[in-house]
Design a protein around this ligand. Structure first.
Ligand SMILES: [Zn+2]
Ligand SMILES: [Zn+2]
Length: 349
């Protein structure tokens, strides 16, 4: 594998992985905007992520899909997908040629998630890892605790006759939030961007509570006591007015950082991430037994330094997986518009 101006490239197989400039053959790890770019001639995606890819990419694109664990051989190069545990259909790409194995992990997490297949560790010679939350301060609280916090926040708002507006990235995070809420508390409404992707999750076999598109409701009163799930981009819009008296919250790994909570100007922050925290990152890297670790995204320099200090051979890799802040479609946590300093263990206001 080499890094070209278009992205990670396998010369022998003549394909790119998550390329950011138009190429002939793109193997795509998952449907987030900074990995699944439009404009490639052909795509190879996971079977589990195919519906999401078809929503996100040009409908006319040529998209082929492959099950996790299945291998195709391209000019002597074996290519297979392995679950990354990040969002529905997310994969690590394993590439083997003449006994040399590379694994491109895309984005991943080890924390169990009811909306996608669990991360699978794959042994390799060369491992490419993300480092979105690659600092020792990032340690996720147990998911069950976060869902309890979300449910009790919602319950309190019901008692006070308020709507609960929860901002979560439309692809992945929104559905993960739904998977953990108490379905008996009340109705769940969605922003259009969330609703469409949620429907694709259901069609892909993920069990989620019933939701209703908020745009189909005209009476403000109907929203009191309900939960509304919307993408972060809806926060600055007049869209919110329709919900009347409301409490707002944001679900993201960045909510561990007090500055980010303040910047988001929400009433509550819930620490819920689709990326590996520091211990998960080290666990995943070590389990590969890789002789070389390439680190990209986020805190690459810090992770490289730590791995080298602990006797591993690590190098930073300059990719463009951070995405483009100007891109409306960019809706995942690696969105670089939040403060990354002022760590705080507090999750409550
Ligand atoms: Zn992602
Ligand atoms: Zn990413």
């Amino acid at each position: 594998m080499t890094l070209t101006s278009s992205g990670l490239y396998c010369k022998q197989g003549d394909f790119h992985i998550d390329p950011w400039r138009p190429v002939r053959k793109a193997v795509v790890t998952h449907a987030h905007a900074d990995h699944a770019y439009r404009g490639h001639d052909r795509y190879l995606v996971t079977k589990a992520g195919e519906k999401l890819a078809r929503i996100r990419l040009d409908p006319a694109s040529k998209i082929a899909s492959q099950d996790y664990g299945k291998t195709t051989t391209v000019n002597g190069v074996k290519v297979s997908f392995h679950p990354a545990g990040h969002i529905l259909g997310s994969a690590q790409v394993r590439v083997e040629y003449k006994g040399e194995v590379w694994v491109v992990s895309g984005d991943y997490k080890l924390t169990p998630d009811a909306t996608c297949a669990p991360f699978e560790s794959v042994k390799c010679h060369h491992f490419i890892t993300e480092a979105t939350f690659g600092l020792p301060i990032y340690r996720w609280p147990p998911t069950s605790q976060i869902f309890e916090e979300i449910n009790s926040w919602w319950r309190r708002n019901i008692e006070r006759g308020k709507a609960s507006v929860l901002f979560a990235y439309a692809l992945g995070k929104a559905q993960r939030v739904m998977s953990g809420i108490d379905r008996d508390l009340g109705p769940v409404f969605t922003h259009g961007a969330v609703e469409r992707l949620t429907q694709a999750y259901r069609e892909s076999g993920v069990d989620l509570p019933p939701t209703k598109y908020a745009g189909s409701v005209s009476n403000k009163k109907d929203f009191a006591g309900s939960l509304i799930i919307a993408p972060p981009s809806a926060q600055a819009s007049t869209w919110l007015r329709r919900f009347g008296t409301q409490s707002t919250a944001f679900a993201s790994g960045w909510m561990m950082v007090r500055g980010a909570r303040r910047q988001r100007a929400v009433d509550r922050g819930f620490v819920l991430s689709d990326h590996a925290d520091w211990p998960e990152l080290l666990t995943a890297v070590r389990a590969t037994e890789a002789e070389t670790v390439y680190v990209t995204h986020g805190f690459a320099a810090e992770v490289v330094r730590y791995l080298n200090e602990t006797g591993m051979n690590a190098l930073p890799l300059k990719t463009q997986f951070m995405g483009d802040a100007a891109d409306d479609m960019l809706d995942e946590e690696s969105e670089p518009d939040v403060v990354k300093t002022e760590p705080s263990a507090k999750t409550e206001k």
